[in-house]
Design a protein around this ligand. Structure first.
Ligand SMILES: [Fe+2]
Ligand SMILES: [Fe+2]
Length: 305
């Protein structure tokens, strides 16, 4: 496994002296990222796909963290097939309050014990998709906060950028800065079609490695360019090595796709492991435009960095 360097400065202020010492503590960090839930599966025997996303992040030191939980139909099964022990997971991050990212939380808590859960305070609001046909159906959190807390979940909710474990950060709420990332137009807070849901709770994970930043997205409703700009600003560095996960480009217009590809090239992102809500058409375009960088992050995809 390659290594990443995680450095932090600790400032010591001895009360009896009018000087301070600066001590730099260097901790070597590396990560193994494994996709546990996704729409498609790789060649690992017996694994199953579902519309959803979940990635297990195992750092070289400290406990594993689970980013999203899928719908709940495949998480525990796929983890078993891949010999990943989810009882060792201490914290879960929920990227946003959609069923295909949060539905596996209750089965996880029930089977694998109590967990801390990092998310945005807005994850529990009602969510609906209204199709072009007018059909309206719920897509929000399938379980209540009470149910999840009773099952052993402890929520730590914040809309701020923060470090949730050494070398592992959450973007917090992502500012919608670009004009071309207009988002998914089928999302609403109710079935009247008046209450547009811009999914402000959407946030992504940032891993700090010696190769650069690794960004893991759930659905990326905030837009990939907005997310990368915010991650770079928050981390104080613009070397984005890899993006992994849902880009939502499959639900957006052509202009957004073209401008996102231009930005990924401009940033010289080395790996674009897109999946979930990226969809076949946008994936095909990314593959043609970035043939060396593009990969499909299906169930079983693993990145060591
Ligand atoms: Fe999704
Ligand atoms: Fe979503």
């Amino acid at each position: 496994m390659d290594t990443g360097v995680y450095a932090r400065k600790f400032f010591l202020f001895p009360s009896c002296l009018f000087v301070h010492f600066v001590v730099t503590a260097v901790v070597i960090m590396s990560f193994r990222i494994t996709i546990l839930c996704e729409n498609s599966v790789g060649p690992i025997s017996g694994t199953l796909g579902e519309h959803g996303f979940s990635a297990l992040i195992e750092p070289s030191q400290g406990e594993p963290l689970l980013f999203d939980t899928g719908q709940g139909l495949t998480l525990l099964h796929n983890a078993r097939r891949m010999n990943r022990d989810l009882s060792a997971v201490g914290s879960v991050v929920l990227s946003h309050g959609h069923y295909d990212h949060c539905g596996g939380l209750l089965p996880l808590l029930s089977e694998c014990g109590p967990k801390r859960i990092h998310a945005h305070p807005g994850i529990f609001v009602p969510r609906f998709r209204i199709k072009d046909t007018g059909e309206c159906y719920p897509i929000g959190m399938p379980h209540s906060r009470d149910q999840l807390e009773t099952a052993g979940g402890t929520f730590e909710l914040s809309n701020e950028f923060r470090e949730v474990a050494p070398g592992m950060f959450l973007t917090g709420e992502v500012p919608r800065a670009t004009a071309f990332e207009t988002g998914d137009r089928g999302l609403y807070g109710d079935c009247t079609g008046q209450d547009v849901d811009k999914t402000p709770d959407d946030q992504s994970m940032i891993l700090e490695t010696d190769k650069g930043l690794v960004i893991i997205m759930g659905c990326c409703h905030a837009g990939l360019v907005n997310t990368l700009e915010h991650a770079a600003y928050s981390m104080g560095r613009r070397d984005i090595y890899t993006v992994i996960g849902g880009t939502h480009l499959g639900f957006c217009g052509q202009e957004q796709l073209e401008k996102t590809i231009s930005k990924l090239k401009e940033w010289r992102v080395q790996k674009v492991a897109a999946s979930h809500c990226t969809g076949f058409a946008a994936s095909a375009r990314l593959s043609r435009e970035m043939p060396k960088e593009f990969q499909v992050a299906h169930v079983g995809y693993t990145l060591e960095v």
